[in-house]
Ligand binder design. Structure first.
Ligand SMILES: *Cc1c(COP(=O)(O)O)cnc(C)c1O
Length: 487
């Protein structure tokens, strides 16, 4: 049948293949939900995986895709395992993954309304719901884009165009004073990277010290701004994290907003991870002041169970957001010139031209399952984190800070960083859990993110047991004798 392209476009072929592929996923889902399942992360090295997936493509092909997909599944990290406690990427709602299949099939590119009528309207609806959750005014607007990193870049571009004091887009950076932005030392690396991409250089990213809870120190921010002005730099923006990547700490947005107002600076809130706490009555207080932000990044593929990538960039003033890419492309945008405010040709306001129909999964999930589902999920993830921290303390492990969202960092007391990394390796090699580590100025910490809806208290006990018994094993092994002189 292969070799016959027309056959691959036959509805019946797609039906059979589709059912077989869904069955594969269903079988794997059942397997990985078993607490005894291992390995959550496949053990293969990069070189071994390259051997597994050789660059061998014959003219006629192997004719069979189910086997190839099965191998791909087996060699992938299983976010559907309740003991996946690693990075912040969501365990996606299976129904949302199916929305993504429809999106891939339809392939409406979305740069212009005519290439994505349904998804453009859904994007507008999702954005307006998120903006309302953040308390932004009716003149607000935004876009969906491919990830928080691109979102931070988009927001900083808008900040630059709004606050540089000259038209950087048209005239270029060289025609004006040196610009800078302020970010807490704990901010995600994509913020510093975005600042460099927009041409600010090393000196254009000014790190602000954090307090013992890893939150931006506003006294240090005020000092840093005064110091930059003294050095004839033009401050553009302050980036507050909600929450930060390493420890999940929320910067004091209200106080930072006061400073931004007084100093006439753009306030960007990087809520890639934690903006979803706005959905929770219990936790939304951590984001008080976000309604004063000029821009907000919100990843729905972190705490909202959406398949990656699904990121919102919200602007308090839609017009200032549009200025991030103040560019004409007459061949593409039918509305150029006569209606600059048209929201519907989304490509005007994104770095991307063609993009995935990323509004389908959140819009349909919100409509079909209701908003409570997401509120309950956020609360549950945060509760699990609180519980994990308590269990760690009860077993005499050191907890970095009381968790504010679903991220918990802990480690054995008084253990050198190399050994903490050794513990993580032991646990990941054992295979029943996937956890990560994070390096801070005070050394390496084990880090867990709780985002699987089926993770239980028993799973938390089991990971703490695994850590404690690895520590005991490690302490039992006699230290290696110092190498003596060779006889
Ligand atoms: C995850 C994260 C990012 C990066 O987002 P991607 O979607 O992975 O590009 C940026 N900032 C924070 C605070 C994050 O947690």
């Amino acid at each position: 049948m292969h070799g016959n392209l027309a056959a691959l476009f036959e509805p019946r072929h797609f039906d059979e293949l589709g059912k077989a592929v869904v069955s594969l996923l269903v079988a794997d889902m059942g397997r990985v939900q078993d607490p005894a399942f291992a390995p959550v992360m496949p053990p293969g090295s990069p070189a071994a995986l390259c051997e597994r997936f050789p660059a061998e493509f014959s003219p006629t092909g192997e004719g069979e895709i189910v086997g190839l997909l099965r191998t791909a599944i087996e060699q992938s990290t299983r976010l559907h395992a309740p003991r996946f406690l690693g990075h912040q990427v969501a365990t996606p709602l299976p129904a949302a993954a199916l929305c993504d299949l429809v999106s891939s099939f339809l392939n409406n590119g979305m740069a212009v309304f005519e290439m994505g009528p349904a998804s453009s309207a859904m994007e507008r609806a999702v954005l307006s719901w998120l903006a309302q959750k953040a308390g932004l005014p009716s003149r607000s607007g935004g876009i969906l884009t491919s990830g928080g990193s691109l979102g931070n870049l988009t927001a900083l571009l808008a900040a630059r165009q709004s606050h540089a004091g000259f038209d950087v887009w048209r005239r270029g950076l060289a025609r004006g004073p040196a610009l800078c932005v302020f970010v807490a030392e704990t901010a995600h690396y994509s913020v510093a990277r975005a600042a460099r991409i927009i041409g600010l250089g090393d000196d254009g990213v000014i790190g602000v010290a954090v307090d013992e809870k890893l939150k931006m120190r506003t006294d240090a921010l005020v000092e840093a701004i005064a110091d930059a002005r003294k050095r004839k730099r033009t401050p553009l923006a302050v980036v507050a994290s909600a929450g930060s990547t390493a420890g999940g700490a929320f910067d004091p947005i209200h106080e930072v907003a006061d400073i931004c107002e007084k100093e006439n600076l753009w306030l960007h809130v990087d809520g890639a991870h934690g903006a979803s706490l706005l959905l929770s009555e219990k936790h939304q207080g951590k984001l008080t002041g976000i309604e004063r932000a000029d821009s907000i990044v919100w990843d729905m593929h972190k705490m909202m169970m959406m398949p990656a990538l699904c990121t919102a960039v919200l602007f308090k003033d839609a017009k200032k957001g549009a200025a991030a890419f103040a560019q004409e492309a007459g061949y593409l945008f039918a509305t150029s010139g006569d209606d600059d405010d048209a929201w519907s040709d989304i490509g005007k306001r994104t770095l991307e031209c063609t993009k995935r129909m990323m509004s389908l999964a959140p819009y349909i999930s919100l409509r079909a399952f209701g908003t409570d589902l997401f509120r309950v999920h956020v609360d549950k993830c945060c509760d699990l984190a609180t519980s994990l921290a308590a269990k760690a303390r009860a077993r005499r492990l050191e907890v970095m800070t009381e968790p504010e969202c679903n991220i918990v960092c802990f480690r054995p007391r008084g253990m050198p960083s190399g050994s903490v990394a050794g513990i993580r390796k032991k646990i990941v090699d054992d295979g029943r859990f996937y956890i990560v580590q994070v390096r801070r100025p005070d050394g390496i910490w084990l880090r867990c993110t709780l985002s699987h809806p089926l993770t239980t208290d028993a799973d938390l006990d089991a990971i703490i047991d695994a850590v404690v018994s690895s520590v005991e094993d490690m302490r039992r092994v006699p230290p290696r004798a110092a190498p003596g002189p060779k006889s």
